[in-house]
Design a protein. Sequence first.
Length: 103
Amino acid sequence: MGVSMSSSSRPRRKFTAEFKAEAVAMVEASGGQIAKVARELNVHDSSLGNWVRQAREEAEGAPTAEERAEIRELRRELDRVTRERDILGKAVAYFSGSHPKNV
């Protein structure tokens, strides 16, 4: 068996919102040099790139990841409630006698 080189062998680092905002500002000040700023801050350039993308989306008024998750959840809830309403409507029609009877 070989040794697994998964990322779980190293604890996941957490960054504050302030650190991320400052890192994004550094990228903007450098003319968009994500890799250079990432090396200076000792973070993965993919992480810094994600922070920059998220900051730009938020500045443009695009929904945040949390808002997108909430929208997905609300759509699921709406679908469920719509199905329930349709079932109840059919039940009311059946029990009120407004359905055709088979003789």
